[in-house]
Design a protein around this ligand. Sequence first.
Ligand SMILES: [Zn+2]
Length: 444
Amino acid sequence: MDRSTENTSSIDHRRITRRQILGTGIAMLSLPVTSKFAQAAGSQILAVRTWPADEYTRVTLELSSPIKHEHFTLDGPDRLVVDLQGLSMSEALNSLISKIKPNDPYIARVRVAQNRADVVRLVMDLKQGVVPQVFTLKPVGNYKYRLVLDLYPKVAKDPLVALAQQSGDDPLAGILNQINSNRPTAAVPKVQGQVAPQPPQIATAPSRSNANRPILIAIDPGHGGEDPGAIGPRGTREKDVVLSIGRQLRDVINSRPNMRAYMTRDADFFVPLGVRVQKARRVKADIFVSIHADAFSNPNARGTSVFALSRKGASSAAASYLAKKENAADAIGGLDIGAHDRNTASVLLDMSTNAQINDSLKIGHRVLDALSRINGLQSRRVEQAGFAVLKAPDIPSILIEVAFISNPQEENFLRSTDNHRVVANAIMTGLDGYLATNPALARS
Ligand SMILES: [Zn+2]
């Protein structure tokens, strides 16, 4: 491995893309100039986290104060070089090296070294060329300042291909056939600098018609990656519980001959709310089911709630509170709003229709009824609020708060994988009930 290239001034700038983002003026003023250790006056690394996933790999450096940084990429071999100013080598920084997993789709390994007196240089040896998004986040929730390094593939991943990979069997051909003959209305979610993929070439049986298209359910496990969601008194994380329930629901759905599931995330990484919606629209999902298990300010709060979108205000103060909480996911999970396509990042509020909301309410009633048989009900009706993730104008969408992870009894319930299966089966029962009374969708 040639280490000299990125460590000397002999870098060929013609093949470098360089972007520079400077820290804020406030950061400069906040340096503790009276410190006895002037050299150590810079920022401290508080934590280093990595989130490898097929869609993109994220590395987060959590810092005590904002820092200046710049980055560039090199090819032959592919590398991402990040210079961090005002930092010294530390245990936390060194720990990044061991946090890169062999199965990371993008990073082969990381090297960290003091490059100049106050500059630490990270060199990431890459498995493929990347489109990097490097940005800083101000403190939010339990986090201090974060420097986020997102490594995206040069060509964005098409959710249609992911769907084909999730279940490449015969009934799916019906879905893909229809999508092929009737171009998807939603674009592939991508970030700035990424190229959209060619439409997937999918071989399908010519005899199949749209009438044979299975019902496609988009399953949206909430939170993920940097955003743990709510955390129970015993430390149970919402993002893990809802992913497990989502996988159980996927398996139940895929066991049906006339149904297929698509997951907006099937691993532990952050997906912005707008991207979740856009993915479901890209695959032309028939129903969108977002799964959550939130906390409430009162630890006695308990029970199951199901939500649909509201175009006006929220139906209750609790619904308003939860929608606000869920809509904060992008800030906690770490969204570089400028990097995403405008149609991905923008909320689709004004496009929402009464028809979508009416269908969502019908589905919500069925699902709530089924869930109420396994768990004490908090709400006797389906509630409505302005959840960003429910804003696909053309897909009936519900958000299920399975239980309150902040309630000690309910946290215990949510810790059991058996209960995840029970919850998934109840959601399925609710969906079945809705589909039985909506032959247009059921197509049987
Ligand atoms: Zn949640």
